[in-house]
Design a protein around this ligand. Structure first.
Ligand code: TXA
Ligand code: MG
Length: 348
């Protein structure tokens, strides 16, 4: 399949952008799938109500079918069509964080969105993205769009059209290129069918921000358990992972360098995922900084691009620094720990 690419001007030059949005929206209405930028990562969108379209999303990504998809909307009024009730806390969250990087799990009306979207659950995850291109496309198509991240399953999520192209060229109908995404990590997922609500995935909206709006919130216990070792062999290589195995070392530069030295002495080419403050201090085959420690939001923004950059090198192993789990750091560490194939090591 030929994958079209439309470069759009997100600063809002509508006269040149609109024809591209229109062409992409026409393809969506014909049950084709299109990658588009959101404020978090690029999504791979398809008509959430049509199983034919949703099947194409799963096929293009090679995604396991028991993992439900997020439905994207441009207007809260669209919820009436496929959500049965909106609890008060959910309404508060929407009013406060939408459009924005928060996915809210709500009770679904049966048989409106494809059951491939909900993976057969009685709930549906919904969000309104805060990106002019995503919103324009949603409005022009006039459809709720199911959209997982637009990467091959298992790879780091795409934060640029170049990443999407690398993974999905030839597998999807088109890519709307709106430049680099802002947050760089996926939305926070919160289940509002439980009281109090439960954060299932940390992301662009922090737990602290959510607590300020609704008070009590729980965290999925699976997230707070230290993921010292992959739970099962099948989980090993499944998420956000670059080609080379990755291991996190939590400690000083000396502690990280010692790990580098051990790998080097066994004849391996070693990459280090470092920060602006430390990158000059390592002796390794490849050193990539994902930003300054003084600004975790930049680290979030560049994390996936940095992980993908190692795929362009010939390193055999990636040794990563660790980050504080405060604010967006919680999401950064969640993704890094999922990308890791070996247990995290901490300095005594
Ligand atoms: O920022 C994002 O959320 C991006 C952009 C494209 O919007 N999308 C994204 O989608 O990250 P995806 O498919 O990669 O992640 C969806 C997450 C998965 O962890 C999935 O299990 C969860 O949301 N999810 C979706 N529907 C759910 C439901 N009904 N119940 C529980 N979890 C759900
Ligand atoms: Mg994903």
């Amino acid at each position: 399949m030929e994958t079209k690419k439309w470069v759009v001007d997100i600063e809002g030059n509508l006269s040149t952008t609109y024809p591209h949005i229109k062409e992409a929206a026409e393809l969506l209405k014909k049950n084709e799938v299109i990658a588009f930028p959101t404020e978090t990562v690029y999504g791979l969108g398809g008509n959430a109500k049509e199983t034919e379209a949703v099947n194409k999303i799963f096929q293009a990504k090679g995604r396991p079918s028991d993992n439900p998809l997020i439905v994207h909307i441009a207007d809260q009024a669209q919820l009436q069509e496929f959500v049965s009730t909106v609890p008060t806390v959910a309404q508060k969250l929407m009013d406060h964080f939408w459009p924005g990087p928060l996915t809210i799990i709500l009770p679904a009306i049966k048989d409106v969105v494809s059951e491939r979207v909900t993976a057969g659950l009685s709930t549906v995850g919904v969000r309104m993205p805060d990106h002019p291109v995503a919103l324009a496309l949603l409005k022009e198509a006039g459809l709720p769009l199911a959209a997982p991240s637009a990467n091959l399953s298992g790879k780091p999520s795409p934060t640029s059209a170049k990443h999407v192209w690398k993974d999905l060229n030839g597998r999807i109908a088109g890519i709307v290129d709106g430049g680099i995404t802002g947050v760089g990590l996926e939305s926070t997922v919160i289940d509002c069918t439980s009281v109090p609500p439960i954060i299932l995935r940390p992301g662009g909206v922090t737990k602290e921000q959510i607590q300020q709006v609704i008070g009590e919130v729980n965290i999925d216990p699976a997230l707070t358990k230290e993921d010292e070792a992959p739970k099962s062999p099948g989980m090993k290589y499944t998420h956000y992972a670059p080609q080379a195995p990755l291991q996190i070392f939590d400690g000083s530069v000396t502690f990280v360098q010692e790990a580098v030295n051990r790998s080097k002495s066994s004849g391996r080419k070693v990459g280090v995922l470092a920060t602006d403050e430390t990158k000059q201090q390592y002796e390794a085959d490849v050193v990539i900084s994902c930003g300054s420690r003084s600004d975790l939001s930049t680290i979030a923004n560049r994390l996936y691009d940095s992980l993908r950059a190692f795929d362009e090198t010939d390193v055999d192993i990636i040794i990563s620094e660790s980050f504080p789990k405060t604010g967006i750091g919680e999401a950064i560490m969640n993704r890094l720990e999922k990308a890791a194939t070996l247990p995290i090591q901490r300095e005594e």
